[in-house]
Design a protein around this ligand. Structure first.
Ligand code: FAD
Length: 410
């Protein structure tokens, strides 16, 4: 192509731009983002940044001169509100931060529009102290509320638990309200969830499982409490809603692309229109175990960017290693490799001399398909590299918990 437009300028888009330039692409390359900031890393927003251990400059994915030096045009504070297909390309309609509307034509289009934080539709949801965390601006607002009093976190998923652990570390009283019967129900098995529940209790986080919020109680202009379905009221000076993210599919839908809780892409990151690609959190893709999945991780954004670059350059599409993910919850580091979908057996490896460590292995027909490690980075590296090599160890082999995993997998 002579020109490529990428809508979004975050983990997926920035990596794609780099891969295109490294792959020898010399045409025009434009990243368009509605956020005003230089593209930044999202994971620290709930961890180091909220703790006060990172300044905005340390968050940037690349320094400003990286874009200039590599001929990557970065349009910040610019929303793409409509896209037309033209013969041989697309016309992108944008609105900049001054409200100026304009159009630009490109040969190829990549959607890297990510996701937005889901909000709850209950009384009080619109209050300014009911916060979500997806963007730097949200994190800034959250940091301003630290120290204002007790915080109730709605949702015991990754973001809710990371924020809870960080705020607890800052001395804030935190209650996590989770509607399901276990923490991180969409992402980890019951063994790892139980282990992390105990970890949060140890940090002094209150966790209420099977609890549904029905109202954010407002007193004057301040939040006072969260009311639960069973009538309990949990005192709160601020509320953080971490109930998942919704893929930003508006442009894909306007273009008539197939969407199913995300933009549907094939193994080349191509959408239902062969000329348009999509990558990152906005996509759904076929999983190895069958069925469509939406993977919300830096690893997936990076791997799909590699694939999309190969597709646009007409080079061989790289093989995909097993997906992986990490989540830091205070001193507890969770690392997951593989997808736990249809496992038939689980082995939990514990070591009484290391009580803060846990490894859960998931098997399908006796072959390892996924693993969850807490505070076990060496085991995680060994497991990830075994799965990446296509080595799928059997249950029998890994059942001997007296031998270190590293030794069993080397
Ligand atoms: P996004 O990062 O969502 O970026 C999409 C961009 O597109 C946004 O800037 C958006 O404003 C812009 N955009 C959308 N529509 C338009 C439009 N019409 N016009 C212009 N711009 C548009 N992952 C991990 O693997 N490990 C972690 O520990 C981890 N922690 C996280 C902590 C937090 C607080 C958050 C929010 C996420 C975390 N994640 C983590 C997830 C990870 O950040 C995402 O998977 C990753 O950001 C996805 O990148 P993306 O480029 O696909 O989309």
């Amino acid at each position: 192509p002579r020109s490529v437009a990428v809508v979004g300028a975050s983990h997926a888009a920035v990596h794609l731009a780099d891969r295109l330039r490294l792959g020898g692409y010399t045409g025009a390359l434009t990243l368009i983002t509605d956020e005003p900031h230089l593209p930044y890393q999202r994971p620290p927003l709930s961890k180091a940044w909220l703790k006060g251990a990172a300044v905005p400059d340390s968050l940037v994915l690349r320094a400003a001169d990286h874009y200039v030096g590599n001929g990557i045009e970065l349009l910040r504070g610019t929303a793409v509100h409509h896209i037309d297909r033209e013969s041989g390309g697309v016309v992108v309609h944008v609105c900049d931060s001054d409200g100026e509307h304009s159009t630009r034509a490109f040969d190829r289009l990549v959607l890297a529009t990510g996701a937005r934080a889901r909000r709850l539709d209950i009384p009080g949801s619109g209050h300014r102290d009911v916060l979500v965390l997806r963007e730097l601006d949200h994190a800034q607002r959250m940091a301003e509320r630290v120290g204002a009093g007790p915080v109730v976190v709605i949702g015991g998923g990754f973001i809710g638990l990371e924020v809870a652990a960080t705020l607890r570390g800052l001395g804030t009283d935190v209650t996590v309200v989770e509607a399901g019967p276990q923490l991180m129900g969409r992402s980890v098995g019951p063994g790892t969830a139980e282990f992390l529940l105990a970890a949060h209790h140890e940090m002094g986080v209150d966790v209420l499982l099977g609890a549904t919020p029905t109202e954010f109680v407002v007193d004057g202009d301040r939040i006072r409490a969260v009311r639960l379905a069973d009538g309990r009221q949990i005192p709160a000076a601020s509320v953080i809603v971490g109930v998942g993210a919704e893929p930003r599919t508006e442009l894909a839908e306007q273009l008539g692309l197939e969407c199913e809780r995300g933009v549907v892409v094939d193994e080349h990151c191509v959408t239902s229109d062969g000329r348009i690609l999509a990558i990152g959190d906005c996509t759904v893709q076929e999983s190895r175990g069958g069925g469509r999945v939406r993977l919300e991780s830096v690893d997936n954004a990076t791997e799909q960017a590699n694939i999309a670059a190969a597709t646009l350059l007409g080079s061989v599409v790289p093989d995909r290693p097993c997906p992986w993910f990490w989540s830091d919850q205070g001193p507890w580091k969770l690392q997951i490799v593989g997808l736990v979908k249809t496992h038939t057996d689980t082995v939990v490896r514990t070591d009484p001399s290391k009580p803060s460590r846990s490894v859960a292995l998931y098997f399908e027909d006796d072959v390892l398909v996924a693993a969850e490690c807490v505070n076990a980075p060496a085991d995680f590296v060994a497991l990830r590299s075994a799965l990446a090599r296509g080595f799928r160890p059997s249950r029998e082999m890994l059942a001997d918990t007296s031998v270190p995993l590293k030794k069993l997998l080397s």
